[in-house]
Design a protein around this ligand. Structure first.
Ligand code: UT7
Length: 334
């Protein structure tokens, strides 16, 4: 069977760094609370007027193309995991294909909140595995700052902007995406969501006044579901494929909360030095966290490494992907 290998990674975070101390000037919070409860020290914010999610994607995809030495016209398909596209429609993927000159590609956005990247990765891999396409770009990115209420300390401290992209190509050997388990449970939809702006509650003066276009989260409820489900599904993919903890080279957990990541590593029988983290620098970039981990740590990855990627997020949505890494990342070290 043809496997879909990740053959290049690109990423982008905005230049502006918002520290915990700066947030403490806006809301009643402090560096100690944010650090101890989440692990976050700072996050990036895209502040330039007129810049949107597609601009971050363009930066990430152009880096990926440069690294792989191919042109945008070679892309067959571009899938964007995001909940903060430039517009309600058309999709960010559509806009990006135009901006980068991907004349032969089609594309679409996939909304699965924090699981957006892994849902898109699993989806994109199918087009390679069937032999239909040779080059599929999968993106995970969010500009969370546009849907955050900077008067609500329970949400604004957590999220940030940024994301990244991977290129999927047919594997020349057995490397690539080996397996995935993905889940969703819509009964969790009101614990982490953006109430207004969709067809249920279109924008009105009242929805604006009531601040219903911002993210709302029942943190403890989401935390409890995340801890259990992300850990369970990560253990499940191991037992399903007879993987022992000693077989796993790296765990890349969605960066929502350091404590959720540690619980996942623990459930998998992994020591935390096998768990890659960058939440301290970027916060929770929703669909952006996993590709940003791949981007930041690419230089560590060696051909044949077994990487488990796991996420949990709004919806609820969650899941895990087992990737056998396909190339020596040290040549691309940041
Ligand atoms: O990425 C998608 C999935 N999302 C997640 O996985 C997030 C899951 N949830 C979490 O990570 C955690 O629930 C949070 C980080 C959001 C909150 O941490 P927590 O330990 O669950 O805190 P809490 O909500 O139980 O609040 C504890 C206290 C409360 O005060 P009282 O009632 O004990 O007086 C809050 O009002 O902390 C207070 N608080 C804050 N204090 C300072 C809440 N936010 C803040 C804040 N600064 N920013």
């Amino acid at each position: 069977m043809i496997k879909a290998a990740i053959t290049a990674v690109g990423g982008y975070v905005p230049d502006f760094v918002m520290t915990n101390d700066e947030l403490a000037k806006l809301v009643d919070t402090n560096d100690e609370w944010i650090t101890s409860r989440t692990g976050i020290k700072e996050r990036r914010i895209l502040r330039e007027p007129g810049k949107a999610t597609s601009d971050m994607i363009v930066m990430a995809v152009e880096e990926l193309l440069r690294k792989r030495g191919i042109g945008a016209e070679e892309i067959d398909l571009l899938i964007v995991g995001t909940i903060t596209g430039d517009l309600i429609f058309p999709s960010a993927a559509n806009i990006v294909c135009d901006k980068i000159g991907a004349k032969n590609a089609w594309g679409y956005d996939l909304a699965a909140a924090c699981s957006g990247f892994i849902f898109a990765l699993a989806t994109g891999s199918q087009f390679i595995e069937t032999g239909r396409y040779k080059k599929v770009v999968v993106v995970g990115v969010d500009k969370m700052s546009t849907i955050l209420n900077y008067e609500d300390r329970t949400t604004c401290v957590i999220f940030g902007d940024g994301g990244g992209a991977v290129l999927l190509e047919p594997s020349e050997d057995d490397c690539g995406i080996q397996d995935f388990i993905l889940k969703s449970d819509g009964s969790g939809r009101n614990y982490l969501y953006q109430p207004a702006g969709g067809s249920l509650m279109p924008p009105t003066h009242e929805t604006i006044d009531k601040k219903l276009h911002y993210v709302q989260q029942e943190g403890q409820t989401v935390f409890k579901h995340a801890v259990v489900n992300m850990a369970e599904v990560s253990a499940e993919i191991m037992s399903k494929n007879n993987l022992q903890s000693s077989d796993i080279t790296w765990l890349l957990p969605h960066q929502a909360n350091k404590r959720i990541c540690e619980a996942t590593a623990n459930r998998m029988g992994l020591s935390t030095d096998k768990m890659l983290m960058n939440i301290q620098r970027y916060g929770n970039t929703t669909a952006g966290t996993i590709p940003l981990l791949l981007w930041d740590y690419e230089k560590l990855f060696k051909k044949g490494d077994n990487i488990i990627i796991s996420a949990f997020g709004g919806g609820f949505t969650w899941g895990t992907v087992w990737v056998k890494w396909a190339y020596d990342g040290s040549q691309y070290g940041k």
